[in-house]
Structure formats: structure tokens, C-alpha cells
Design a protein around this ligand. Structure first.
Ligand SMILES: *[C@@H]1O[C@H](CO)[C@@H](O)[C@H](O)[C@H]1NC(C)=O
Ligand SMILES: *[C@@H]1O[C@H](CO)[C@@H](O)[C@H](O)[C@H]1NC(C)=O
Ligand SMILES: *[C@@H]1O[C@H](CO)[C@@H](O)[C@H](O)[C@H]1NC(C)=O
Ligand SMILES: *[C@@H]1O[C@H](CO)[C@@H](O)[C@H](O)[C@H]1NC(C)=O
Ligand SMILES: *[C@@H]1O[C@H](CO)[C@@H](O)[C@H](O)[C@H]1NC(C)=O
Ligand SMILES: *[C@@H]1O[C@H](CO)[C@@H](O)[C@H](O)[C@H]1NC(C)=O
Ligand SMILES: *[C@@H]1O[C@H](CO)[C@@H](O)[C@H](O)[C@H]1NC(C)=O
Ligand SMILES: *[C@@H]1O[C@H](CO)[C@@H](O)[C@H](O)[C@H]1NC(C)=O
Ligand SMILES: *[C@@H]1O[C@H](CO)[C@@H](O)[C@H](O)[C@H]1NC(C)=O
Ligand SMILES: [Cu+2]
Length: 571
């Protein structure tokens, strides 16, 4: 159970005189031995759990989370994914960008307003910690008296993730070594923190039955008990470190109605494709033969994990059947992992719901084309945007910019387009794969409209281009369009959807494809924009945007204490 204390009730001076509450949480973050897929290893828990406790709040509430770092020897920062942090950019929880990390033994208080109803996430944002299990859901309900545009009887959250047996340290060391040590495919997929690894695959001593115990209740499958005849809203989200996923419920179609906190014009699907950092709500009707249970499955798409990672399995339990009763069928096979077309089609089909359309400005003030490439720097593998791989400075950008510490990062502007982009060969391994590393940032003119074109390319492996889910902090963006091939700056913008584009905070760029986004730089602060694949971001796949930092209020001294800000922290 989460320790939720409603601290105070206060009346907000809004026109409607709505009641806004403070939702106060106290979190103890530590390492514990856990067996989410039957294999015992260290996991980061929040109040003893992974996934951590759900944050439940109502639109307009203030969420206060007092985080104590009991990891012992490791720093910590927690990001509130999808919450824009309007007026509280120092609470974004991005280590190196908006705050110094929380030191072992310290307590840090995040305080922010959840200004829009919807489905969001939280997760660690320091090093590769998310992969150790620190994640959970944030569910923001509508104000009293307001109703969703779709009826349902029950509301449930399911978080999907992938799971590795190696520690995030073993992974990080491999990624930053010569020779390069790739993390490989995950050992398991977890549905709401539960998976099943085949212990018989292990050699001694790991095969010790106490270290991998198939009957450990911690790895019994996740069971969703449902009542026949009812309609369920399932809030599906992914915190996967690497895997792009598809999600299915045997015998049941799903109607997508929400994406990243925005209503979707309903579409019916059999496979929900979901990329790390995305959240969706789907509606399902409990209308099938009621005398049995059904499989809930998730599979890896976009990478060939057929020999390495079994599908994730959970059970849709039709009440009053026994929840442990195994469905009488084999789990249905997922979609073909290497078939990009249905994924691109689903991405393109997600549009804003009629009646809830917020149209984008018809034109942008600036267009940034980000060529996504895999590169080498001094023999080490990296990922880059326009040939620049992001490295974070010791002093977080928000503090450096607000306190005018100009020497702590490279002040030179970065290119809005790679010189020679038009001739760049996106379908093959580039001749010279060397890139540069930089901590320089993009400075956006406040309140201007910015377009981002994500351009995918071949990696350093022949005939390979990966799927990258891109996440923007501090904003939602409109998704204007997708395409396969090289973006054509003269003709492709004519095909943008300006009529009913969905707003999101995370979006995929498909293999060899491009994705066009638009947002308004109207949230004073410093915001990370990055690939949500944990290892890709670790290898530099990101950029930083500054906008209106002069309008940011006084920074709390609790975010200081590292780099050049050591003396700034008042005891
Ligand atoms: C774990 O990491 C080591 C290197 O640190 C590597 O040799 C091994 O293959 C990895 N294990 C798995 C299961 O990927
Ligand atoms: C495996 O887990 C079961 C259920 O908790 C327990 O009874 C059994 O003793 C465990 N086996 C070993 C070898 O630890
Ligand atoms: C799901 O949708 C497919 C395609 O539209 C349809 O053929 C099928 O009958 C539907 N299944 C159920 C259970 O409604
Ligand atoms: C995927 O991997 C499996 C097992 O390693 C292999 O047999 C298969 O050929 C691969 N598929 C493709 C399309 O490369
Ligand atoms: C790429 O980097 C490597 C290692 O730093 C260096 O040896 C090589 O000359 C570089 N190649 C080019 C074309 O600059
Ligand atoms: C890159 O390599 C390809 C194939 O080896 C060659 O055809 C092409 O001329 C090279 N391009 C440049 C710019 O060096
Ligand atoms: C990327 O940067 C490296 C190092 O500065 C340079 O040698 C290379 O030509 C650049 N590549 C492109 C495609 O601009
Ligand atoms: C932002 O720009 C819009 C449209 O140009 C304008 O209406 C609005 O007042 C501006 N807001 C701020 C804070 O400058
Ligand atoms: C890469 O793809 C091209 C075009 O489909 C094909 O001709 C070539 O043989 C492939 N190369 C490898 C190494 O698979
Ligand atoms: Cu990526």
C-alpha cells in the first residue's frame, strides 16, 4: 500500500472555485532482492515494491513526493513522465539537466501540479536506473462533475517492461567499453512487474533452485480479474529499457481512446503497439465465453528476439473462474517482429478525438532536422543527432543557465540540420562513422513554434535501422506526420496533418523513417528531448532545449550541491 495522506484541503482561486488537494507521498527507495521473473536479483524498490506505488490524483492537485535515497552507494533522480512541470521546472527529476542527483541518505521533495487528467508514468532518471525497476504509474482523474467522452465500468493500470538479469552497472560498463559490450535482448518481459524465466536454461551456480525458483509466488503471472458483461478501461504503459512491444488480449479487440493524456478518435485494434515511454487507454468488453480465462500477452517487435526472449504472459480472469486456472488455449502468437507496416499504420492512425481537437499553429518559426545515427567517438560506440552525441555536464543546465555559469558547458549553438543532410546515405552504413561529443544545447526563442523532424538512418550494422521512441520533457507536441525514407523538406510538410493531429509526449521514429513534430516553446525551463531506450540515451541519444529561462522563478537550493553549485546548497 502506498502511504497516501491527504494533508490539507484548500480552495484554489480559480473561476470555478475548484477544490485542489495536496497528495502527499513518502517514498523509501532502496535495493532489495526480488524475483519478478523467478530469477532472484537486486531491484530498486519504492516502499518495498517494483512497480512502485501508483500516484492517484485529480486534475489541479499538487503532488508532493518526499523521496529518501536509501540506495546506499548510488545517486538518484525521479522523473514524472508526461507532467509538464509548468512553474516547477526544477521538479522534472532529470539528473544533470534540472537537478543535482539525490545523494545516498538524502531526502528530496518533489512538488508539482498535475494540471491535466490522463495516464502518466514516473521512473528513475539517473544513469540506467530505470532498468533496475524504479517505475510506476500516475493516474490523474478529471475534476468533479466532468466525465470522460467514453463510458466504462472499471479502470485498471498495466505497466509493461523488459527485464535483464545483469545489473544496470554491468550493462553500463559494457556500453562504455572497448570492445563494446551490447546489453542484448532482455531475459524476460514483465506484465505489471511479473514474468517467467525458464530456470532450466541456467547453468550452476545460477541454477540454484533458491536463486531461480519457478514456484516463487513473486513470479506467478499477473491476473486481471474481470466481471462478464462489464466494460474496462485499461491504461497500458511501457517503461521498457529497450524493447518495442505489442500487447494483445486473446479473443478481445481493444479500442484505443487515450494516448499520453490526450483523447484519441477511437480505433479498434487486435495488437496495441507500444513504445517505451508511451501510455494508452484501451476499452475492452468482457463479452466472450465466460466459463474460461484468456491470455494477455506481450511480444517484442522491431528486434529479433525470437531465440532469446519469450512472450510475456498474464491472465484475463473471467469471474468467477479460479484466477489460477490456465486458459485452455495456447497463448496466441504475436505479430511478425520485422513487419514495420502495421506499426507505421497504427502510429499514423492515432488522431485527436473529435470535439477535443487543439489545432497547432499553421506554421513554425524554426525547423530542426535531427538525423539519428549510430557512431564511434575515439573507438567507443555512441548515438548522435546531427553528428553530435550528448554528454551531460557536472553542473545541471537549469542551474547553470539561471545562475549565469557560462563556463560549465559549451555555449556554441548546434546545427538545426546536418551540413550535407541532403546527401547523407540513410540506407547504408556511413563511410565515416566518427562523431563528436558535446554538452552544448539548443536555445529556443520563448513562445515560438518549433518543428522537429526525426530522421532515422542505418545503424553501423548493414541493413539495420532501429525503432527509437523519442520523449520530450516539459511539453506535449503535435504529431504532424510519419514517412519512410529521407524527409523531403519541400514536399513532405505539404502532407502534414494540421487538422486533427494527436498531442503526445513520446513518439516513435520507425526504421529508415521520419517523424515530424511541432510544439510551442512556452514553458520556461530546460528540457531534455531523448530516445527513451535506456542504453541509447546512455550512449548520447538526446538533445537539450532551453526556453525562457529568464522567466524561471527562484531555484530551490535543494536541487544544488554538485558541479559548480557545491557552495549554493544551504544546509
Ligand atoms: C552479463 O554481462 C556479462 C559481461 O559483463 C556478459 O558476458 C554476459 O553475457 C551478460 N549476461 C547476459 C545474460 O546477457
Ligand atoms: C521455491 O518457492 C517455494 C514457494 O515459495 C518454496 O516453498 C520452496 O521452498 C522454494 N524452493 C527453494 C529451493 O528455495
Ligand atoms: C475484432 O476485430 C476483427 C477485425 O475487425 C473482427 O473480425 C473480429 O470479429 C473482432 N473480434 C471480436 C471479438 O469482436
Ligand atoms: C531471427 O533469429 C532467429 C533465431 O536466432 C533466426 O533463426 C532467424 O533467422 C532470425 N530472423 C531473421 C529474419 O533474421
Ligand atoms: C575515426 O576515429 C578513429 C579513432 O579515434 C581514428 O583512428 C580514425 O582516423 C577516424 N577516422 C576518420 C575518417 O577521421
Ligand atoms: C562511400 O563509400 C561508398 C561505397 O564504398 C562509395 O561508393 C562512396 O563514393 C563513398 N562516399 C564518400 C562520400 O566517400
Ligand atoms: C562528424 O564529425 C566528425 C568529427 O568531427 C567528422 O569527421 C565527420 O565528417 C562528421 N560527419 C558528418 C556526416 O558530418
Ligand atoms: C505567446 O504567443 C501567442 C501568439 O503569438 C500570444 O497570444 C501570447 O500572448 C504569447 N504569450 C506569451 C507569454 O508571450
Ligand atoms: C542488404 O540489403 C540489400 C537490399 O535489400 C541486399 O541487396 C543486400 O544483400 C543486403 N546485405 C546484407 C549483408 O544482408
Ligand atoms: Cu534509440
Amino acid at each position: 500500500m502506498s502511504r497516501l495522506i491527504t494533508l490539507s484541503l484548500c480552495v484554489l482561486a480559480t473561476m470555478a472555485l475548484a477544490e485542489a488537494r495536496v497528495r502527499h507521498y513518502k517514498w523509501d527507495v532502496k535495493y532489495e532482492f526480488k524475483s519478478p521473473d523467478c530469477y532472484e536479483k537486486l531491484a530498486i524498490t519504492v516502499n518495498g515494491k517494483t512497480p512502485g506505488p501508483a500516484i492517484l490524483a485529480q486534475q489541479g492537485d499538487t503532488v508532493v513526493v518526499e523521496v529518501t535515497n536509501n540506495l546506499g552507494t548510488e545517486n538518484l533522480a525521479i522523473h514524472w513522465h508526461g507532467i509538464r512541470q509548468i512553474g516547477s521546472p526544477w521538479s522534472d527529476g532529470t539528473g544533470g539537466v534540472t537537478q543535482c542527483p539525490i545523494l545516498p541518505g538524502d531526502t528530496f521533495t518533489y512538488r508539482f501540479i498535475v494540471d491535466r487528467a490522463g495516464t502518466y508514468l514516473y521512473h528513475a532518471h539517473y544513469g540506467m536506473q530505470r532498468g533496475a525497476g524504479l517505475y510506476g504509474s500516475i493516474r490523474v482523474s478529471l475534476p468533479d462533475g466532468m466525465a470522460e467522452p467514453f463510458p466504462y465500468d472499471y479502470d485498471k493500470s498495466i505497466i509493461l517492461s523488459d527485464w535483464y538479469h545483469n545489473s544496470t552497472y554491468e550493462q553500463a560498463v559494457g556500453l562504455s567499453s572497448i570492445p563494446f559490450g551490447w546489453v542484448g535482448e532482455p531475459q524476460s518481459l514483465l506484465i505489471h512487474g511479473k514474468g517467467k524465466f525458464d530456470c532450466s536454461k541456467l547453468a550452476p551456480p545460477s541454477s540454484d533452485p533458491s536463486a531461480c525458483n519457478a514456484t516463487n509466488p513473486e513470479c506467478s503471472p499477473y491476473v486481471l480479474t474481470v466481471v462478464p458483461g462489464k466494460k474496462y478501461r485499461l491504461r497500458i504503459s511501457s517503461t521498457a529499457t529497450l524493447s518495442a512491444l505489442s500487447f494483445q488480449i486473446e479473443g478481445h479487440n481493444m479500442t484505443i481512446v487515450e494516448a499520453d493524456g490526450h483523447y484519441v478518435e477511437p480505433i479498434v485494434v487486435q495488437n496495441l503497439f507500444i513504445y517505451s515511454g508511451e501510455t494508452y487507454s484501451v476499452l475492452i468488453k468482457i463479452d466472450q465465453e465466460p466459463s474460461r480465462n484468456y491470455w494477455i500477452t506481450t511480444n517484442i517487435v522491431g528486434r529479433n528476439a525470437t531465440a532469446t526472449t519469450p512472450p510475456g504472459l498474464a491472465v484475463l480472469n473471467y469471474y468467477p473462474n479460479h484466477p489460477k486456472r490456465v486458459p485452455p488455449t495456447n497463448p496466441p502468437a504475436g505479430p511478425m517482429w520485422n513487419d514495420v507496416a502495421p506499426r507505421l499504420a497504427q502510429s499514423s492512425a492515432i488522431k485527436a478525438r473529435q470535439g477535443y481537437i487543439h489545432t497547432p499553429p499553421p506554421k513554425s518559426d524554426r525547423v530542426i532536422v535531427f538525423l539519428n545515427t549510430q557512431n564511434k567517438i575515439d573507438g567507443y560506440y555512441h548515438w548522435s543527432l546531427n553528428n553530435v552525441s550528448l554528454s551531460l555536464p557536472n553542473t545541471p543546465y537549469l542551474i547553470a543557465l539561471k545562475e549565469n555559469l557560462h563556463h560549465v558547458f559549451d555555449q556554441r549553438p548546434l546545427p538545426d540540420q546536418l551540413p550535407g543532410f541532403a546527401d547523407y546515405p540513410i540506407y547504408r552504413v556511413a563511410n565515416n562513422t566518427n562523431a563528436t561529443s558535446s554538452n552544448a544545447i539548443y536555445r529556443l526563442k520563448f513562445n515560438t513554434t518549433v518543428d522537429i523532424i526525426l530522421q532515422n538512418a542505418n545503424s553501423m550494422i548493414v541493413n539495420n535501422s532501429e525503432t527509437h521512441p523519442w520523449h520530450l520533457h516539459g511539453h506535449d507536441f503535435w504529431v504532424l506526420g510519419y514517412g519512410i525514407g529521407k524527409f523531403d523538406p519541400d514536399n513532405d510538410p505539404k502532407k502534414y496533418n494540421l487538422a486533427n493531429p494527436i498531442k503526445k509526449n513520446t513518439v516513435a521514429v520507425h526504421p529508415y523513417g521520419w517523424t515530424a513534430l511541432r510544439f510551442i516553446a512556452d514553458n520556461p525551463g530546460v528540457w531534455l528531448f531523448h530516445c527513451h531506450v535506456e542504453s541509447h540515451f546512455y550512449m548520447g541519444m538526446g538533445a537539450v532545449f532551453e526556453e525562457g529561462v529568464d522567466k524561471v522563478g527562484k531555484l530551490p537550493s535543494e536541487i544544488m550541491g554538485c558541479g559548480e553549485t557545491k557552495g549554493f546548497k544551504t544546509p
